[in-house]
Design a protein around this ligand. Structure first.
Ligand code: AMP
Ligand code: ZN
Length: 313
């Protein structure tokens, strides 16, 4: 890194910390002892709720099937995706105590002595959901109806990426619109709903841009997956500049072609028996809310009239 790069990185860190401090001081976010884990205020949640309504209106014509899953899903399904191979550092497995009295006593005595006690816990059969379309795919095994199927999902996802950047949380909500069907229809879904998502977010006064992107695949093997994803233009992010020239922008939504990545793993077929393709458009609810707060100010009552009207605020 050159000196200029290093200076830019520290200026960006400082700008992020300043924004975080403002959010905490205003009470919009409530900090905890762990970076990236926050409480949200009533005002924050009003914006999230407004956004949820606006997105529901946007996808009205899709007549998507609404489905909600809890923030954990079966470890056996997680195994069938290759998430642990690609993103071991982001994964979260739920552990609990499954042993007897003797081990319980040992746990208590270690705890009383101020030692680690989590060695007595074992992984349960659930993991924290990393992307809210994953639990859906696990339920779609078999043949899809003619024309495929469209879903409207919402829920908390977990990614182990502790950070002081308020836009990078460990537990955050996504709203996702997912299509499964033929390869051509999946590609068309991704491209057309990317455009609609851009329009909707721009209507809120956000300076959005669409850029080719990749997922943060882990390690050396991950580098090949990154270049394949970029080469085949499988992931496009909608970014908003939050800190002027200091960064290229932060992703508030993404439009993804999953091809047969998850559909093959779960045996999901089109009506004519071929392996289906999947596509999804995912909105980061906290990130869109934070982008609005950064763009229009921390008091939503002072936001432009048109933006408030769209969000019912
Ligand atoms: P992805 O599946 O990585 O494309 O994520 C979908 C959307 O979720 C992103 O465009 C972000 O808006 C949001 N998101 C991803 N990671 C985080 C995070 N660590 N904290 C908050 N929002 C996130
Ligand atoms: Zn998805």
């Amino acid at each position: 890194m050159t000196i200029i790069d290093t200076e830019r990185v520290s200026a960006l860190d400082a700008a992020r910390s300043e924004f975080r401090d403002q959010l905490l001081a205003s009470g919009l976010l409530v900090g905890t002892s762990v970076p990236g884990i926050y409480g949200r205020s009533g005002a924050f949640e009003s914006i999230v709720a407004g956004l949820d309504r606006l997105l529901a209106e946007m996808v009205g014509p899709l007549q998507a099937q609404v489905l909600r899953f809890p923030p954990v899903y079966p470890r056996a399904d997680f195994e069938r995706t290759d998430y642990i191979a690609s993103f071991p550092d982001l994964s979260g497995v739920v552990s609990s105590f499954e042993r007897g009295d003797k081990e319980h006593a040992a746990l208590l005595s270690a705890r009383a002595d101020g030692h680690a006690w989590d060695g007595w816990l074992d992984p349960t059969d659930v993991v924290l959901t990393p992307a809210i379309c994953h639990p859906l795919y696990a339920t779609l095994e078999g043949e899809l109806p003619d024309g495929g199927a469209t879903f409207d999902l919402s829920g908390y996802g977990f990614r182990h990426e502790p950070s002081n950047d308020p836009m990078r949380m460990q537990s955050f909500r996504m709203r996702e619109f997912v299509y499964v069907g033929t390869p051509d229809a999946a590609q068309l879904f991704r491209d057309s709903w990317l455009d609609r998502a851009l329009e909707t977010l721009a209507s809120l006064g956000l300076a959005v841009d669409a850029v080719p992107a990749n997922d943060p695949f882990f390690g050396r093997a991950g580098r090949m997956l990154v270049s394949a994803q970029l080469r085949e233009n499988l992931k496009i992010e909608i970014v908003v500049p939050l800190y002027g020239d200091l960064s290229e922008g932060t992703a508030i939504a993404s439009a993804n072609c999953q091809r047969d990545h998850l559909t093959a793993a779960f045996g999901i077929l089109t009506a004519d028996g071929a392996v289906a393709h999947g596509a999804c458009v995912a909105f980061g609810m906290e990130r869109v809310t934070l982008a609005l707060l950064r763009t229009h100010g921390l008091d939503f009552l002072a936001w432009p009239e048109g933006v408030r009207a769209l969000l019912g605020l």
